[in-house]
Design a protein around this ligand. Structure first.
Ligand code: ZN
Length: 741
């Protein structure tokens, strides 16, 4: 890491961290800074204060990371009892949709290491004294070297993501100390490098010149890569491959961070196969990026042929662009139109030659039994390729709390697959904490990735360690085990869903309140919801579900069909509570035989999802089941309250108690008449006759119930909307009552 970057980034982090001490001790900011400085073994990092240019850069960076209603208002309440909690980021979002204000914020709990929904976000829930004690304990061990930037960012993430940046009477601050600190460190680092590169000493000049680059990378062909799985190991391979995409992205952004000499704060966002970074616009910035991407591309073509490629683009911008609404939107729209153009011409001529070289996609004599790819990497005697073998091991590593993913300079085992760095080749290995230490002693470690938490204290302290957040909820079973636990018919439910209009929300959702800090806070809350909160929701109900992918803004999961329907509704309810309806989700649920090919159901449920996005009766916010013809598409509310809560419940109450085989044959007949109603009204009369016969057949004791049930059903059949809902409810009921496979 560059020495001056270390100084400005660390200074920015500590400068915000002292706000916690300030509130705990009820002292002025300067005094809190002094206390914090006194805790450190070596407070030379605070020397950025003595350099006018660096000091100016830190101030500019802090201003960029703030918001206009906060602006220069760094004043604090004089008494602790008037401090306020963190205001929900969703309150200023899409305000035309709902005027309700949300009290919910997803907060990190340092004790359990999990995220929880904090509903009463007033000051009473923030224990500044306890936070100060914990922070002090960790800061005392700092000696002022590079690796501590990462630790300091972790510390701020753990203790400051639920703390508002400014706090005081009537203050509605939706910017957390964590979000402000990490953005300030990112901007300060990038601007420091720019100023050094251009030998620019004037902060005003830096402020108004294109001194920054917003960088984005995007996986193209990610679906083909992930869903091309043909074997019985599909579930494991799928999860491993979606995790692998995140791992490649993490390694890419870390390579970029290191080659520039920046900190991990410069990664603004990563998820769903996309990322954004803040970089300096130096003379050789594009050259550096090009070099890394070339290495990545070469490796990906060698390993996977054309199935996985990463596109990237940058947009030049000035610090003042970040502080002006129109210019700010322009940065993001400009960047996304640039990358969209690149998607049309994915491969450079040299790549095409490499792709067509014999052997690059394998010889045709052996085929991998898992991915089906003809591959030179299928070893004689084996039946799958090296990568599929690695994906299976990766799947085991994901569920093993004591193992991590290591990028090594040389192979530890013969089977370690090749990976990429900007300098050359690397190898991917799955190691225990002890094995990591051994490799570190041999200076063989480039980087270590742990899933959700560091696997040991040594690894947490190492500057080559990173965390990859992943929703790891999985009933680690084969597909046929998942269906075995299904209620009624033994079928697999497949759910895909994502947030509606998200791209537009990021650009226009905050209206003239837009800022980089809000954009960042919104993506943090969404990531936390889909990566961490989702796992809590699923485990609370102990659903028979395996999450294949959750992150960015989308979810793809499989499980017992009845659990999948129930889980979809739970997820939607939690999301609604968090966002107060400011954001909505649309999805599709398909029900399949467990032997059905993954690639097919992935594509089909995507169609169901798209049917929900085009619901003609409701603005997105919908669910589609079974078929994409609109006959089973509902708003979530209609599905929950009228299909499940009313129709299905009525069927369960009346027929559920009856002999189910008899009930089912009656329902099949009824369903046939209901479906026939649209084309021929005679079917209404047939349905009425059927219902009447059912009443008279029923025992005398139940006669009254039967009459009430039959009247209710008949009323529903006469009304188009109710009739449609009833047909869906009958389908679900028949599925759950069916005894056979
Ligand atoms: Zn394979």
């Amino acid at each position: 890491m560059n020495e001056q970057v270390f100084q400005t980034a660390m200074f920015s982090l500590l400068n915000d961290l002292s706000r916690i001490i300030q509130r705990a001790e009820n002292v002025r900011k300067a005094k809190a800074d002094e206390i914090l400085g006194g805790l450190m073994n070596n407070n030379s990092v605070l020397s950025a204060k003595q350099d006018d240019v660096l000091q100016g850069i830190c101030q500019l960076a802090s201003e960029m990371s703030s918001q206009k209603e906060i602006g220069g208002n760094t004043g604090e309440a004089s008494k602790n009892d008037s401090l306020t909690g963190l205001y929900s980021i969703f309150n200023r979002l899409n305000t035309e949709k709902s005027a309700v204000t949300s009290q919910s914020v997803l907060c990190y709990d340092e004790e359990s290491g999990a995220f929880f929904r904090c509903d009463n976000n007033d000051v009473a829930t923030i224990d500044y004294r306890k936070k100060t004690d914990r922070i002090s304990e960790r800061i005392r061990k700092f000696s002022g070297n590079d690796s501590e930037i990462g630790q300091c960012l972790d510390l701020i993430y753990e203790y400051c993501s639920d703390v508002p940046y400014v706090s005081g009477k009537n203050m509605k601050c939706d910017l957390s100390v964590y979000e402000h600190a990490r953005l300030t460190a990112a901007f300060a680092g990038a601007l420091t490098l720019y100023s050094r590169d251009k030998n620019s000493k004037s902060v005003d000049e830096i402020r108004n010149s294109d001194s920054l680059l917003l960088y984005t990378a995007d996986f193209s062909g990610i679906q083909n890569f992930i869903y091309t799985v043909v074997s019985e190991n599909a579930l494991k391979t799928l999860r491993a491959k979606s995790f692998f995409v995140e791992l490649v992205m993490a390694n890419l952004t870390d390579e970029i961070t290191e080659s520039f000499g920046l900190t991990k704060a410069n990664l603004l966002y990563s998820g769903g196969g996309h990322c954004y970074m803040i970089l300096p616009n130096m003379t050789d910035s594009l050259k550096k990026l090009d070099k890394i991407h070339r290495k990545l591309n070469d490796w990906s073509i060698r390993s996977f042929g054309s199935s996985l490629s990463v596109l990237w683009e940058t947009k030049e911008c000035s610090p003042s662009d970040f502080m002006e609404e129109k210019a700010y939107k322009g940065i993001f729209t400009g960047l996304s139109s640039k990358i969209a153009k690149k998607k049309f011409r994915k491969y450079m001529p040299a790549d095409l030659i490499a792709l067509n070289r014999p052997g690059s996609c394998g010889d045709k004599t052996r085929e991998c039994s898992i991915c089906g790819r003809a591959s030179a990497y299928v070893r004689s005697g084996g039946d799958h390729c090296d990568w599929c073998a690695a994906f299976l091991e990766m799947a085991r590593t994901i569920t093993d709390a004591d193992k991590c993913f290591a990028v090594l300079k040389t192979k530890k085992h013969e089977k370690n697959t090749e990976f990429f760095t900007s300098e050359g080749t690397a190898y991917l290995a799955f190691l225990s904490g002890e094995e990591c230490n051994e490799e570190a002693e041999k200076d063989n470690v480039i980087r270590i990735y742990c899933k959700n938490r560091y696997i040991s204290d040594e690894i947490a302290k190492s500057d080559s360690s990173r965390i990859i957040a992943v929703c790891d909820y999985a009933k680690d079973k084969m597909m046929d085990d998942l269906v075995e636990y299904a209620k009624g018919v033994k079928r697999l439910g497949v759910l895909r869903m994502d947030v509606d209009n998200l791209g537009n929300t990021f650009i226009s959702g905050f209206g003239n309140n837009v800022s980089i800090a809000r954009t960042a806070a919104l993506s943090t809350q969404l990531s936390v919801f889909f990566k961490c909160r989702l796992a809590d929701i699923l485990s609370r109900e102990n659903y028979n579900i395996t999450v294949l992918y959750a992150g960015g803004d989308d979810v793809f999961l499989v499980g017992s069909w009845n659990d999948v329907i129930s889980a979809a509704d739970r997820i939607i309810c939690e999301f609604e509570e968090l966002t107060d309806g400011k954001l909505t989700i649309s999805g599709g649920i398909g029900i399949y035989n467990h032997k059905y090919p993954v690639a097919r159901y992935a594509a089909e449920t995507e169609k169901l999802e798209s049917c929900s996005k085009h619901n003609t009766k409701h603005e997105k916010d919908s669910i589609t089941l079974f078929a994409d013809d609109g006959s089973n598409t509902y708003s979530w509310k209609e599905f929950r309250e009228e299909v499940i809560g009313e129709k299905l419940k009525a069927l369960e109450e009346f027929i559920g108690s009856d002999d189910s085989d008899k009930g089912n044959s009656f329902l099949y007949k009824l369903l046939e008449y209901i479906r026939g109603c649209e084309s021929d009204r005679i079917n209404i009369a047939r349905a009425a006759y059927l219902l009447g016969r059912m009443c008279s057949k029923n025992g005398v004791v139940n006669q009254e119930n039967a009459k009430a049930f039959s009247d209710r059903m008949f009323g529903w059949i006469g009304n188009e909307k109710d009739r449609k809902q009833l047909a869906t409810a009958i389908c679900i009921f028949v599925y759950q009552e069916r005894k056979c496979r």
